[in-house]
Ligand binder design. Structure first.
Ligand SMILES: Cc1cc2nc3c(=O)[nH]c(=O)nc-3n(C[C@H](O)[C@H](O)[C@H](O)COP(=O)(O)O)c2cc1C
Length: 360
């Protein structure tokens, strides 16, 4: 099996499983507790059906949209994920190049293994820096200043990781990262947080600040003074607060089922959030996306765009830059074909008339 045999998520996952050491594969693939939320994230899409229109001249399709102040070629982008050099020796260098080539936003994590400055050199397209607030608050200001200088176009604050989820697969496999793998984004500032030659769970619990609150988030919004997403919002109440503190977007997400097991799937919760705040803030759906039709369903309920994590990480492991290009190209092709089959020429035409909850 090689890259040319990878037609969908499951194919990339199969190839990644062959290439990766087992603990690393399970670190990507696993969720928390009983993985109920992890599984529901994708299953949720199957409880809704699309309703196409026909005879609509779909010879020209426009899949572009504007998210976090940037025009992108199609309404999907890779979510920020940690430590790409664990999955492929080129790490974020490969994914950043692939994403620029495919014309969408590159999300890079605080827990990245290539520096902010180098990503800025490699990828000249739209870029979002995903921030975790560490106990050492001096890190935040420093990271934000470096991101501005490196040309990052937006900031994304992840708020669902005050402590690590209970990832039992990692406990079983004894997953740790090699000592020589450093977190390039924080190495400049602190020796303490520069490498995680222990479990990610221990790192999160020791370094992240569970005292993080709305005032801290507001501080980051003001300090960044540009397009800003709050990632990990699941309640209407919190989405409203995100508007109050000046966010541009909320990313409806449960961290891909890796944090609170039993929390609702983002797709199940999407309509309620869109109905409450969709006219005031961009709503992005993150989690469980495996197919072009999943993106179409989310947009029909009112999401501005979707993001996905595991899919492109398996593709990175399977084939480096070429792998990430391939999965993004596959998804772009699927979205294009599915829009035609839906009779939609622009993303605006995807609306509530195009989707229905299955009555069986
Ligand atoms: C291996 C892995 C590492 C991740 N690291 C981060 C991270 O550093 N920061 C973050 O905000 N989210 C992180 N996430 C969550 C993703 O950004 C995203 O929310 C999730 O993967 C979406 O679900 P999906 O994998 O079903 O597409 C990570 C996810 C995975 C699978």
């Amino acid at each position: 099996m090689n890259l040319k045999d990878c037609h969908n998520f499951e194919d990339f996952k199969k190839l990644a499983k062959k290439k990766l050491p087992s603990p690393i594969f399970h670190y990507i693939d696993g969720g928390s507790d009983d993985e109920v939320t992890l599984n529901r994230n994708t299953e949720a899409f199957n409880d809704y059906d699309l309703i196409p229109n026909v005879l609509n001249d779909v010879s020209n399709i426009d899949m572009s949209t504007t998210v976090l102040g940037e025009k992108i070629d199609f309404p999907l982008f890779p979510s920020a994920t940690a430590m790409h050099r664990l999955y492929h020796h080129e790490g974020e260098r490969a994914s950043a190049r692939a994403v620029e080539k495919m014309g969408t936003i590159f999300g890079t994590s605080t827990m990245g293994t290539v520096s902010i400055e180098e990503i800025g050199q490699i990828n000249k397209g739209p870029k979002s820096f995903q921030l975790y607030i560490h106990k050492d608050r001096g890190l935040t200001d420093n990271l934000l200043e470096r991101c501005k200088k490196a040309g990052f176009t937006s900031l994304c604050l992840t708020v669902d990781t005050v402590v690590a989820g209970n990832r039992e697969r990692d406990r079983r496999t004894g997953f740790t990262t090699p000592p020589k793998l450093t977190l390039a984004n924080i190495i400049h500032m602190t020796e303490k947080g520069s490498s995680i030659d222990k479990s990610v769970i221990d790192y999160i619990n020791e370094q992240f600040d569970p005292a993080m609150n709305w005032k801290d988030a507001e501080y980051c919004v003001k300090k960044w003074n540009g397009p800003f997403a709050l990632k990990g919002v699941m309640s209407v109440e919190d989405a409203k607060k995100a508007i109050d503190i000046g966010c541009t977007a909320v990313i409806v997400s449960n961290h891909g089922g890796r944090q609170l097991d039993g929390s609702r799937a983002p797709f199940d919760q999407l309509a309620e959030i869109v109905d409450a705040v969709g006219d005031k803030i961009e709503v992005i759906l993150d989690g469980g996306v495996r197919r072009g039709t999943h993106v179409l369903k989310a947009l029909s309920l009112g999401a501005k765009a979707c993001s996905f994590g595991k899919g492109y990480l398996f593709a990175l492991a399977a084939g480096g830059q070429k792998g990430v290009e391939k999965i993004l190209a596959n998804m772009k092709t699927e979205i294009n074909r599915d829009m035609k089959l839906m009779g939609c020429r622009t993303l605006k035409e995807l609306n509530r008339s195009k989707i229905i909850h299955r009555r069986n």
